[in-house]
Design a protein around this ligand. Structure first.
Ligand code: WT7
Length: 648
């Protein structure tokens, strides 16, 4: 995303939308929260930690040895008990935890008491399989209740889960299992995707063959498709169903690893982001309650994210369950069973809070107002957005067409690394500007600074105080942790995003400033796609850039040069290259456009000039080409661009 273009484009938004009076009058959080947290940030977070059930209270709220933080030092708790047992013990066992909606139309209603039993059985099963506190378990599942059950079962016995999105390839799974040294993989025969069963087990078979650390593979039966079977494989129903449905959970240290979640960085290898227990749970519970104004007794909350992403971890599983909320969990794609499937679900379950991504909102805009218009969406009262900047048109459409003009929109900025929401309006307090995440939440401190680290109105977004849900490191890679987040600005976390304060001191997020693309709210690194491309036998060199895209935010555009022996058979080659990337990383990383060019534009020192490629990809005149080693390359690329259809 062109930082400077956006700076000028966004500087004049003057529309304001006040919180609805009724919501403001009964809001969970008032403006006082900002005052309290400003007065004493750590005391504020201690108050929030008291939302949880601790077996042992902490001795010290924060031990900060930059860049390493320990929150609630000495405290002990169990995340699974906080999400389940304590609600059941409080008499809420019959409250629905999840309304599950499968893509083919099957449904399951799971109360807190039932979820506790399922999680207890799964915890007992994992123990039987030899999983112990401190181990890692890889979860590769569709968005079915067993995904949440598996996560909570791991948490219950102190094993860290590493959820790998079901759309990732066998190779991506291998990298993640090996890096984490996972002992057990939990998967399914398949899941339903776009109206058809889609296999998961073959990727696991391929991966496990190369991952000696894995001793067992637990397989949930979801689609009943044929699967190959090895001596490590066990059906979930065969081992879980026969377990006792009670499990005495042990309390763990506040800093016990809760999960690893791999995310793309600027280099090819994904980073295992490490989150721990007490601080993480405190901040996800607080933000889920505060930012959505959650009334757990009456709200029906739906976060549309897959559990393969951090949004699913924090706001489909840990946040809502810690708060005793009732959530919808929907397995499929937005158009499975009709392009109004989501609005059908909202109507049927009386969803009151909807949390989704701008890319989905823009897709629905394209599909037209009639689809949501023909459903009763009057139950909705708060709308959330996450994953990328939401453009003002999409914001207004979301508010008017989905929210009927009644609902506040909370645009929430955060990252896999931050674990929980950081920048967002509060629905009962903030007067919102469409397209802006407005400002830091209570207890959070941000600073926009220039290259020299000096506060400025437009520049790099940094977080200058530690926060409870912050990442505790990159798994097995302290050097990369320090280098990526803490080296650019002394003592401060560098988020990788550009940001700007406007004339009203409202904060605007401007997209990534590094070589990370954001496609449909998912992070993919340019180098990761480049390495995938050059691993194809026909490819000599590849350069990948993110280009603005009206629906997905950014789209992947690849410039590729071929080996001299390779045959350019046009569409067939382009198709093969896209498939190759899908195999190496996953279908989400398939380039939208691939251009085969005779050369890549390079400086005399051999550095690829991405700026020029971004110009080409976004259809602009190319900027300054004087530093190119061979300026004629530009003409060749431009010619190609003119003749390429590019898209699938
Ligand atoms: C990157 C983090 C947080 C869960 C989903 C993505 C971008 C996220 C917003 C927003 C503008 C946003 C940033 C960030 N981003 N939310 N509301 N406004 N940009 O998690 O995969 O870790 O990606 O997503 O660029 O750095 P992620």
């Amino acid at each position: 995303m062109g930082l400077m273009t956006d700076l000028s484009a966004l500087s004049h938004e003057s529309r304001r939308f006040e919180p609805p009076a009724e919501l403001a009058a009964s809001a969970n959080v008032t403006a006082e929260a900002y005052e309290q947290s400003n007065k004493d940030r750590l005391a504020f977070w201690e108050t929030q930690a008291d939302r949880l059930l601790w077996d042992r209270r902490w001795d010290e709220v924060l031990d900060w040895q930059p860049p390493f933080a320990s929150w609630f030092v000495g405290g002990r708790l169990n995340a699974s008990v906080n999400c389940l047992d304590r609600h059941v013990d409080n008499g809420l066992g019959d409250r629905v935890a999840y309304h599950f909606v499968g893509e083919p139309g099957d449904t399951r209603t799971i109360t807190y008491a039932e979820l506790l039993k399922e999680v207890s059985k799964a915890a007992n099963a994992l123990t039987e399989l030899g999983v112990e506190a401190g181990d890692r378990v890889c979860i590769y599942l569709p968005l079915i209740p067993e995904a949440a059950i598996a996560m909570l079962a791991c948490a219950r016995i102190g094993a860290a889960h590493s959820v790998v999105f079901g759309g990732f390839s066998a190779q991506a799974l291998i990298d993640r299992i090996q890096d984490a040294n996972a002992k057990v993989v939990i998967t399914a025969d398949g899941g339903y995707r776009r109206g058809a069963p889609s296999a998961l087990k073959p990727a696991v078979d391929e991966a496990v063959a190369q991952c000696p650390s894995v001793t067992s593979v637990l397989v949930v039966k979801r689609t009943n498709q044929e699967v190959a079977w090895s001596d490590k494989d066990i059906w979930w129903e065969d081992v879980v169903d026969r377990q006792p449905d009670t499990h005495q959970a042990e309390a763990f240290d506040a800093e016990q690893p809760l999960f690893l979640l791999y995310t793309s960085g600027t280099t090819g290898k994904p980073k295992g982001i490490l989150h721990t227990t007490g601080g993480y749970l405190t901040q996800v519970a607080y933000t889920h309650w505060a930012v959505f104004d959650l009334k757990a007794e009456t709200d029906v909350y739906w976060c549309t994210a897959d559990v393969g992403w951090v949004t699913g971890h924090s706001y489909s599983v840990y946040g809502p369950l810690a708060n005793g909320a009732t959530s919808v969990l929907y397995e499929g794609t937005p158009d499975a069973g009709g392009k109004d499937r989501w609005w059908q679900i909202v109507e049927q379950y009386g969803v009151t809070i909807l949390y989704t991504a701008p890319t989905a909102i823009r897709t629905f805009m394209k599909w037209g107002d009639d689809l949501p218009g023909s459903r009763d969406l009057t139950s909705l009262r708060v709308l959330g957005s996450v994953g990328e900047p939401i453009n003002p048109e999409a914001w207004i459409w979301y508010r008017d067409v989905i929210g009927g003009g009644r609902c506040p929109i909370v645009d929430t900025w955060w990252q896999t690394e931050t674990g929980a929401m950081m920048i967002s309006p509060l629905p009962g307090v903030t007067s919102c500007k469409p397209g802006s995440a407005m400002g830091p939440l209570p207890g959070i401190s941000v600073d926009v600074c220039n290259d020299a680290g000096k506060s400025t109105s437009a520049g790099f977004l940094t977080l200058n105080e530690p926060w409870p849900a912050m990442l505790r490191g990159i798994w097995n890679d302290e050097a990369r942790f320090r280098e990526t987040y803490w080296s650019r600005f002394e003592g401060r976390y560098f988020a990788g995003d550009g940001a700007k304060w406007d004339e009203d001191h409202v904060l605007w997020l401007l997209g990534r400033v590094d070589d990370v693309m954001n496609v449909s709210g998912h992070r993919i690194s340019t180098t990761e796609v480049e390495s995938a491309l050059v691993s194809h036998p026909s490819v000599a060199e590849a350069a990948v850039v993110g280009a603005n895209d009206a629906t997905t935010g950014q789209a992947i555009v690849a410039f590729v040069t071929l080996k001299s022996a390779a045959v350019d058979d046009g569409e067939a080659l382009l198709k093969a290259l896209r498939e190759h990337v899908a195999k190496e990383i996953g279908p989400i990383a398939k380039p939208r456009t691939i251009l085969i060019t005779p050369e890549l534009p390079k400086t005399r020192s051999g550095k690829i000039m991405r700026r020029l490629l971004r110009d080409v990809a976004e259809g602009r005149e190319m900027g300054d080409v004087t530093t190119l080693a061979d300026p004629t390359v530009v003409n060749a690329i431009n010619e190609k661009m003119g003749t390429s259809s590019g898209e699938d």
